[in-house]
Design a protein around this ligand. Sequence first.
Ligand code: GLV
Length: 341
Amino acid sequence: MSQFKVFVTRRLPVDFTALEQIATVEVWQERQPPPYEVLLEQVKQVDGLLCLLTDPIDRPLIEAATTLKVISQMAVGYDNIDILAATARKILVGHTPGVLTDATADLTWALIMAAARRVVEGDRFTRSGQWTTWEPDLLLGPNITGATLGILGLGRIGQAVAQRARGFAMRVIYHSRHRCPPDLEQSLGIEYSSFAHLLQVSDFITIHTPLSEDTHHLFSDAQFEQMKSSAILINTARGAIVDPDALYRALSRGQIARAALDVTEPEPIPMESPLLTLDNLIITPHIGSASVQTRRKMAEMAIANLIAGLNNQVLPNCVNPAVYSWEQGTGDGLQGSSTTF
Ligand code: GLV
């Protein structure tokens, strides 16, 4: 007989059989996420929650979750979850790092190339019947080969983006909270840079840092003013790292040349956003990890975290291991561990 109750906030590409051995599983069947009130009602009754980055798991919700033992997020980022509130209530939080590194780095490169070589504009141009001849100056963009790539945040995804840049003989500079060891810099062929220098010299800037108080609107008017007028900005991390109003000003005034975003603030981007009127901007709908294999692995990891948490075992990928030290009386339990992308 099932011992536990679990709520899963969306249909997932995974087999629930192993989970169903130990729990009664309710899966939200709609395309849109469950409304907040539904989540609130569910967390009052369940032992485990499997959620996505679209579910706001905030302090009031966590405080109402009296039976909840484990929150398992199917994503690497977890800025939608109040980790301190969960840790204070000894609720374990799991996530899915590592498996989406390559897929996200691949999409980053797809956006770098599409923005540089104006692929989306070219497609629109063709479909609207404007391709009437070969033109010497049609849809020109900058060289990628030999250009300077600035990577902000050198976690797993930032490193995978740097690896791919080697094939383009780029100069790669990076800025990160912590400078990485010299042997890693050497093997990736990258140079450490201050944030200001990175802004000033990069032809392409790609963002791979988590969203936090420190990185919220890190790209705003002052940063765009320092960038080259030919610069291209790519964001596949979190939308709120870029101030959307400042980005609109920078792109519409030609302060920077182009941008490509896989993430926006808010998500989804409202159809009335002025950003959608710009030809020098590409927007994709948060599909960084959207390869068939990656999404399947993410779902499997999320289920594995959930089962471990329900069975009082160590989560294979835990965001707040402080809960364990707190339970053992060896820590204050209030520190969430942080993960770099
Ligand atoms: C996607 O954005 C993730 O955090 O997994």
